[in-house]
Design a protein around this ligand. Structure first.
Ligand code: HCB
Length: 219
């Protein structure tokens, strides 16, 4: 069985020991971490999503799989943090929007941005619009990256953009949005500057938003 398939299965089975050992195996074989996360672990999580939707599994199983994926991704994070970034430290303020605890995707975006030379301030998950605004004032990031995994929470994204306008900050910071229910058309409608379908796309979008397209690692 190929490595990516094994990684997906380990997530589906919620086997944390195995996700960790497979991530190490991928690194020892020189597999690109981004590719391993996207084609291996993330595929497993997609299948978990499908099984959850069709009620073939329940929330506790989703939690076990999410923990297994997080443990495997952490191996890559530690590895990538050891690599030197080559870009100037463009800053990204990143968080999952209020009411939403889904942070696996956001954490992958963080890893990819960091490994491509960005400095990331991670606000975590379930971050109120107010906190985003306060941190934009405090840290003056180049980009605010927002994640939402639920149709009920993505509605806070336009609220955040409105709040940035009201505070006179909109012209000073770019807004990038993403997460499974977020679509490019919607991102455009709410006035976001960029949309990332995947973590790698988020990196490309972030680079282009600050005029760094084509530079750095990962291209
Ligand atoms: Co959760 N959940 N969940 N869940 N969950 C979803 C999201 C549903 C779609 C499942 C379903 O019903 N079909 C659904 C949302 C429905 C809706 O839209 N309204 C749902 C629900 C309903 C819930 C609860 C309400 C369930 C309950 O309690 N009854 C509850 C939410 C509580 C809350 O938030 N207030 C809940 C809880 C959980 C956990 C805790 C068990 C777990 C999350 C663990 C964690 O994140 N630490 C979980 C999970 C794992 C999922 C599914 C199965 C997978 C999500 C995931 O991690 N995907 C998901 C089903 C699905 O999405 N199909 C399900 C994998 C990552 C890698 O993909 O899309 O997040 P991603 O990120 C990508 C991409 O979008 C992009 O890059 C990433 C990497 O490539 N990206 C960005 C992401 N953010 C970006 C930001 C940018 O700026 C740019 C790019």
């Amino acid at each position: 069985m190929d490595l990516f398939k094994k990684m997906a299965e380990a997530v589906i089975e919620g086997d944390e020991e195995r996700t960790v050992s497979l991530a190490k195996e991928a690194l020892s074989k020189g597999v690109n971490p981004t590719e391993a996360i996207e084609k291996g672990f993330a595929e497993g999580m997609k299948e978990i999503g499908r099984l959850f939707e069709t009620l073939e599994i329940y929330l506790p199983q989703v939690i076990v799989s999410a923990d297994a994926m997080t443990a495997g991704v952490e191996v890559f994070r530690q590895y990538l943090l050891g690599q030197e970034g080559e870009l100037p430290k463009t800053t990204v303020l990143l968080g999952t929007i209020e009411g939403d605890v889904h942070d696996i995707g956001k954490n992958i975006v963080k890893i990819m941005l960091e490994s491509n030379g960005f400095k990331v301030y991670d606000l975590g998950r379930d971050v109120p619009v107010f906190n985003f605004i306060e941190k934009v004032k405090e840290l003056s990031p180049d980009i605010v990256g927002v994640s939402a995994l639920m149709t009920t929470t993505m509605v806070y994204m336009p609220k955040l953009i409105e709040a940035l306008k009201e505070e006179g900050l909109r012209g000073k910071v770019k807004v990038m949005v993403g997460g499974a229910p977020v679509l490019p058309k919607w991102a455009k409608e709410i006035g976001a500057d960029g949309y990332g379908e995947s973590a790698m796309e988020a990196v490309r979008v972030a680079k282009s938003l600050v005029g760094l397209q084509g530079e750095g690692k990962g291209d």
